[in-house]
Design a protein around this ligand. Structure first.
Ligand code: DHB
Ligand code: FE
Length: 295
């Protein structure tokens, strides 16, 4: 990792967290990233009382057990206000809580293992036919990488009409649409599989990523002495008509941050081991996806 983000250096711009946070908040507020659709039915008061009651009791028990002081309570208030001011609620929630929600959902799901969506998916990206090369700069840095595979149903039927929506950081750990450097749409695309559900995507290997360090989520993380790093990952939404969309990520063998992901989203089943293709320094990883029929 030569040009990867280094948490010991100051961020490229004092407004990085505010820029990323504001955009992620705008998307969350619009509901565009709620891929599972709006909640059906009204609010059940019993459910509100049970879930909100349990969450509040978790906080109250922390206060009792840790003998939290007024100074600490006031610092907590100020921190919450800063999370709002910087628009970091989606970042904070997706780093520290989404993985538990995903585990609850996964307990009743069939098909390939998934993981969290995170705050950086964007709608409206370019559609490409497989084999596809993701949009990238002429001099896009990083190791050329091919991700290839097939999308099938749980009974093994190839899923013609499947799509693989893929997004990931560049080789410096920045997401297009949320950081200043990469142009809009860089290393993002929706790839249409062939009539056998096969896909082949040409891109660049992403880099490990730190959550923004200049905002309240990153500052709290560092104040606690926790690692702010996510291992390098590809984000994927694998979809096919009549099937539940799989939200997943793929990681890389040997990544120093595997097993210590700030977002707790890495799983052993999701690790790729790309191999040289013999074409320059290009590498290739193969990965199939199994989708569950929608009920
Ligand atoms: C965050 C960033 C990610 O790249 C991701 O996949 C999940 C969460 C975050 O900064 O909140
Ligand atoms: Fe990510």
């Amino acid at each position: 990792m030569t040009s990867t983000q280094d948490p010991s250096v100051s961020p490229t711009s004092p407004s990085d967290a505010v820029t990323a946070g504001a955009h992620a908040t705008e998307i969350a507020r619009s509901g565009a990233s709620n891929l599972r659709g709006p909640a059906a039915g009204g609010v059940d008061p019993q459910r509100v009382a049970t879930v909100v009651g349990a969450a509040l009791e978790g906080l109250r028990s922390a206060i009792r057990e840790q003998q939290v002081t007024y100074e600490e309570f006031d610092a907590f208030k100020q921190w919450l206000i800063a999370v709002s001011d910087t628009g970091e609620w989606p970042l904070f929630l997706d780093v520290y809580l989404e993985f538990e929600v995903e585990k609850v959902a996964a307990a009743t799901q069939q098909g390939s293992v998934g993981t969290i969506l995170g705050p950086f998916w964007l709608d409206g990206q370019v559609h490409l036919d497989s084999p596809a090369t993701l949009p990238m700069r002429d001099d896009e840095p990083g190791t050329p990488m091919i991700l290839a595979g097939q999308v099938t149903a749980t009974d093994g039927t190839p899923l013609a009409g499947a799509t693989v929506d893929i997004w990931h950081t560049d080789a410096d750990g920045w997401y297009s649409g949320f950081a200043a450097a990469p142009p809009a749409g860089n290393l993002r695309g929706v790839v249409r599989c062939d009539d056998q559900g096969r896909f082949e995507i040409h891109t660049r290997k992403p880099a490990p990523y730190t959550i923004p360090l200049d905002g309240p989520t990153g500052q709290m993380t560092q104040a606690a002495g926790w690692s702010p790093w996510r291992p390098a990952h590809l984000h994927l939404l694998v979809a096919a008509p009549g099937h539940r969309t799989l939200t997943s990520q793929l990681f890389f063998t040997g990544d120093p941050y595997l097993g210590n992901d700030v977002a707790s989203a890495d799983k052993p089943e999701l690790t790729l081991d790309p191999q040289p293709t013999g074409n320059g320094d290009e590498v290739r990883a193969d990965r199939d996806f199994v989708l569950e029929r929608e009920t």
